[in-house]
Design a protein around this ligand. Structure first.
Ligand SMILES: [Zn+2]
Length: 188
C-alpha cells in the first residue's frame, strides 16, 4: 500500500473541501488517515494469505454442525468508503476435515478488511470454506449496520442488513437450515 499517495490524495480532498491543510489540527491528518486505511484495509496487503486462511486442518470423525456465532467485524463499503459494522455467523458440517475455530474468525476478518459489499463478503467466506474443507454444508450469515445508510442519505438509524449464503446441506435440508437459524438467534 502506497501511504504517501493516500496522504497526498487526502490532502487534495481537504483542499477540495475548502480547508486550510496547514492549520495545526489538520497538519498530521492526512498521515493519520493513510495509516487508518492501511489498518482497515489490511486484507489487501497480501492476497496470497487467502489460500492459507484455513491452512491447518485436522481429520476428525464429527459430522454435526460446527458453528461460530457473533464474530464481530468492521468492513468498508466500497460504494461510499464508510464503514459497515456487524457480526458474522459461520457454520459448516464437516465431511472429514475440520479447522481450529479461530481460523473462521480470521477468515471473516480477512474479507472484511477490503473495500467490500456485504453480499460479496458473505459469499466469499462461504466459498472459501467450501473450497478448502469440502464440507457437507456451509452457512454464513452477516448482520451489519451501514454508516452510508445511518449517517447520510435516508438516515435509517439502527436498521440492520442481513445477508445469507447457504451451500450443501444447509441449502437442501430444511431441518439443517432451521437448526442453524434457531441456534444463531438463540441468546445462550
Ligand atoms: Zn455504502
Amino acid at each position: 500500500m502506497d501511504l504517501k499517495k493516500i496522504e497526498d490524495g487526502f490532502r487534495l480532498m481537504l483542499e477540495g473541501m475548502g480547508e486550510n491543510t496547514q492549520r495545526e489540527g489538520l497538519l498530521e491528518t492526512p498521515r493519520r488517515v493513510a495509516k487508518m486505511y492501511q489498518e482497515l484495509l489490511s486484507g489487501l496487503a497480501d492476497p496470497s494469505v487467502e489460500k492459507d486462511l484455513l491452512g491447518t486442518q485436522f481429520t476428525e470423525v464429527y459430522d454435526e454442525m460446527i458453528l461460530l456465532k457473533d464474530i464481530p467485524f468492521v468492513s468498508m463499503c466500497e460504494h461510499h468508503f464508510l464503514p459497515f459494522v456487524g457480526k458474522a455467523h459461520v457454520a459448516y458440517i464437516p465431511r472429514e476435515r475440520v479447522v481450529g475455530i479461530s481460523k473462521l474468525a480470521r477468515t471473516v476478518d480477512f474479507y472484511a478488511r477490503q473495500p467490500q459489499i456485504q453480499e460479496r463478503m458473505t459469499r466469499q467466506i462461504a466459498e472459501l470454506i467450501q473450497r478448502e474443507l469440502n464440507p457437507k454444508g456451509v452457512a454464513v450469515v452477516l448482520e451489519a449496520t451501514h454508516s452510508c445508510m445511518t449517517i447520510r442519505g435516508i438516515k435509517k438509524q439502527g436498521s440492520v442488513m442481513c445477508t445469507t449464503q447457504l451451500l450443501g446441506l444447509f441449502k437442501t435440508s430444511e431441518k439443517t437450515r432451521a437448526e442453524f437459524m434457531a441456534t444463531i438467534h438463540s441468546s445462550s
